[in-house]
Design a protein around this ligand. Structure first.
Ligand code: GLN
Length: 550
C-alpha cells in the first residue's frame, strides 16, 4: 500500500521478536525510545506481557526476574525498568499490560452488561480492548511516539491477539504505525557461518498475521555482512537500508549508539513521516557509556540475598535494578563496582563465615520476603555494623537492620519481624494495619503498600545530606513496617529515623550516627527503582562514596 506520509496522527512503533526469546527485544525497544528522545521527540514505551498474571507482582523472582514498581504502584516486568532508565522518564500505569489485565477488564465489563447482551469474544472484544489501552497510554503520556514491545516470540499462541491489535491499528492508520522485527541469526559452531533461514521463517510467520515488518534488527554474535544483508532484504521483503546490524556488545548501554551507526533514528523518523527536532544528540549518553568501558579502580560490594539458587544468570535478573543503581553511582564517582553474590543461606548454616565480609568495601541486603536465609542476613548486618563496613539495606534490608539493632544493641532479646515470628516478644517490625485483612482474605495480588509515597527528612542526617532536600518521594513494595511502639526505644538506643512519612506514622529511613559508623542506613522504600544512568540515586552515591573511603 502506498503510504501517505505526515498523516499527523499519533505514531506507534511495534517491536516483535523472531526465532527465540532472550535476544534483547526489550533493550532494542528501549534503545529505539532513546534514539527518538535524542532527536528531541517525546516518547513513551509500552510493555506487553502475554501471560495471564494480572501483573508481575505475584511471580517468584527466580522464575521471572525482578518486579519493577512504577510510581502508580503497578508491579511490572523488569523491562519497564530498562525503559525508564534508557528514557530517563517515569512511565505510567497504562504503559504496561498483560493478557490477564486485558481479559480481566473485558470480563468485568461483560459482567456489568457493558457489551449490551452480545456474545463476547477474543476477536473483536479483547483485541479492541488492547487497541483502546494502547491509545489511552499514548494520550496519557502526551508523547509524540509510543513504542510498544509485544512480549513473547512470533509463533506463540499467547501474543497473537496483541499482534492482531497492532495489525488493525496499522490498517486504520498506515502512515502512523511502523513494525520492527528483532530477530536472531545463529552462527552454528560447526559451520562458522551466519544463517538467515530462521529469520526468513520468522518474517513469514509475521506475514501470516497480515503484518510485514518495515525494519529488521538482526541480532547475532557477529555483524551482518553485505551478502547476508542483501539476502535478508530479498527474502524478508525489507529494504536493505532498513536492516540494522546488531552484534553482541559488552554493555546494554552501547546498543543505542550501535543502532545509530546504521542510522536507525533517521530510518524511524522517515518511516513515520516525522521530523526530528535536531540531529540525534547522544553526547551525554556517550559520556556515560565511555565510563562503563573505562575506569579501572574498583569498589568491592557484596550483595547478601537469596534469589540466586540457579546461578549467575538468574541472579542478575532478580536484582537488576539494584545492580544497575550501584553501577551508576560508581561510574559517577569515577570508579567501577565489583559485585559479589553472597548467599544468605550459607551464612545461616555457618554464621562464622560472615567474617569474609571484612574483605568488602560495602554490603547490601536487598528486598526480600519470607524466612529463607534470614538469620544469615541478620548475621551479615551485625558483622557490617560491628566492623564499620558501609551497609545499605533496601526494604527487607532496612527491616532486618532494625531487628539486628533491637536484638543486639537495644537489648530487646528475641526481637523479630512478625512476618517470620508472629509470637516474638518484641515485634519491632510488624504488619501494616491495612494489610491484616488483605492477608486474611488471601488477597495477595497488587495489595502491598505499593508505589510512590512522600517522606520528610531529618536535618543533619546522612539521608538529608545525601538528597540535599528535605522532602522526597520514593517507590515502595512492602506489607511490614517499623512498629511505632518501638520507635522511642530504638531511638534511645541510638538509631535515627531520618526519613518519616508526612503523618509521622511510618519510618521510611533508618540510620546510625555518622560518628558511630561511616554508613549504616536502610530504606523502607526501594531507591534502586529511581536510579538512572544519567541521574544516579543520591543514596547509592553516598553509599559508594563511603565504600570507597574504606
Ligand atoms: N517482606 C518485607 C515486607 O513485606 C519486605 C519487602 C521487600 O523487601 N520488598 O514488608
Amino acid at each position: 500500500m502506498a503510504r501517505t506520509k505526515k498523516e499527523g496522527g499519533h505514531k506507534y512503533i511495534f517491536v516483535v521478536g523472531g526465532v527465540m526469546s532472550g535476544v534483547g527485544k526489550g533493550i532494542a525497544a528501549a534503545s529505539i525510545g532513546k534514539l527518538l528522545t535524542a532527536r528531541g521527540l517525546t516518547v513513551n514505551l509500552v510493555k506487553i506481557d502475554p501471560y495471564l498474571n494480572v501483573d508481575a507482582g505475584t511471580m517468584n523472582p527466580i522464575e521471572h526476574g525482578e518486579v519493577f514498581v512504577l510510581d502508580s504502584g503497578l508491579e511490572t516486568d523488569q523491562d519497564m525498568g530498562n525503559y525508564e532508565r534508557f528514557l530517563g522518564r517515569d512511565l505510567g500505569p497504562d504503559d504496561y499490560m498483560t493478557s490477564g489485565m486485558v481479559y480481566r477488564s473485558v470480563i468485568d465489563r461483560e459482567r456489568n452488561l457493558g457489551y449490551g447482551g452480545r456474545c463476547v469474544e477474543a476477536v473483536p472484544h479483547v483485541r479492541d480492548e488492547i487497541v483502546d489501552r494502547l491509545k489511552r497510554s499514548a494520550e496519557l503520556a502526551k508523547s509524540d511516539v509510543t513504542v510498544v514491545e509485544i512480549g513473547g516470540t512470533l509463533g506463540d499462541f499467547s501474543n497473537a491477539l496483541f499482534i492482531d491489535a497492532a495489525r488493525v491499528m496499522h490498517l486504520q492508520h498506515p502512515s502512523d504505525v511502523v513494525f520492527v522485527m528483532v530477530s536472531y541469526l545463529p552462527v552454528p559452531g560447526t559451520l562458522g557461518e551466519m544463517k538467515t533461514k530462521p529469520t526468513q521463517n520468522a518474517m513469514r510467520e509475521l506475514n501470516s498475521y497480515g503484518v510485514q515488518a518495515d525494519i529488521l534488527i538482526a541480532r547475532s554474535t557477529h555483524s551482518l555482512d553485505k551478502r547476508r544483508k542483501e539476502k535478508l532484504a530479498i527474502s524478508c521483503n525489507v529494504q536493505p537500508d532498513m536492516i540494522i546490524s546488531a552484534p553482541d556488545v559488552d554493555s546494554i548501554y552501547d546498543v543505542p549508539l550501535n543502532f545509530e551507526r546504521d542510522k536507525l533514528s533517521e530510518i524511524l523518523l522517515e518511516s513515520l513521516g516525522l521530523e526530528g527536532k535536531h540531529e540525534a544528540d547522544l553526547s551525554e549518553w556517550k559520556a556515560f557509556v565511555d565510563k562503563t568501558h573505562n575506569g579501572n579502580t574498583s569498589v568491592k560490594i557484596g550483595i547478601v540475598g537469596k534469589y540466586f539458587d540457579t546461578g549467575d544468570f538468574v541472579l542478575s535478573d532478580a536484582y537488576i535494578s539494584v545492580i544497575e543503581a550501584i553501577k551508576y553511582s560508581a561510574y559517577a564517582l569515577g570508579t567501577k563496582a565489583e559485585l559479589h553474590w553472597l548467599n544468605a543461606k550459607d551464612y545461616e548454616k555457618n554464621p562464622e563465615s560472615v567474617s569474609e565480609l571484612k574483605e568488602y568495601d560495602g554490603v547490601i541486603v536487598p528486598g526480600g520476603f519470607g524466612e529463607t536465609g534470614i538469620e544469615g542476613k541478620i548475621a551479615a548486618i551485625k558483622f557490617a555494623r560491628e566492623n564499620k563496613i558501609p551497609y545499605f539495606g533496601l526494604c527487607y534490608g532496612m527491616q532486618l537492620m532494625t531487628v539486628e539493632y533491637a536484638r543486639n544493641v537495644a537489648g530487646l532479646e528475641g526481637a523479630h519481624t512478625t512476618e517470620i515470628n508472629p509470637e516474638t516478644p518484641h515485634p519491632v517490625i510488624m504488619i501494616l494495619p491495612e494489610q491484616v485483612e488483605k492477608l486474611a482474605k488471601k488477597d495477595y495480588g497488587g495489595s502491598m503498600r505499593l508505589g510512590a509515597y512522600p517522606a520528610d527528612l531529618v536535618d543533619g542526617t546522612i539521608a538529608r545530606e545525601s538528597y540535599g532536600t528535605a522532602k522526597i518521594s520514593e517507590r515502595h513494595r512492602h506489607r511490614y513496617e517499623v512498629n511505632p511502639e518501638y520507635v522511642e526505644q530504638l531511638t534511645k538506643a541510638g538509631m535515627i529515623f531520618s526519613g518519616v512519612s508526612p503523618d509521622r506514622r511510618l519510618m521510611e529511613i533508618a540510620e546510625l550516627p555518622k560518628e558511630q559508623h561511616p554508613f549504616m542506613l536502610g530504606t523502607q522504600f526501594h531507591p534502586e527503582l529511581r536510579a538512572r544512568p544519567l541521574a544516579p540515586h543520591p543514596l547509592f552515591t553516598a553509599f559508594i562514596k563511603a565504600a570507597l573511603k574504606r
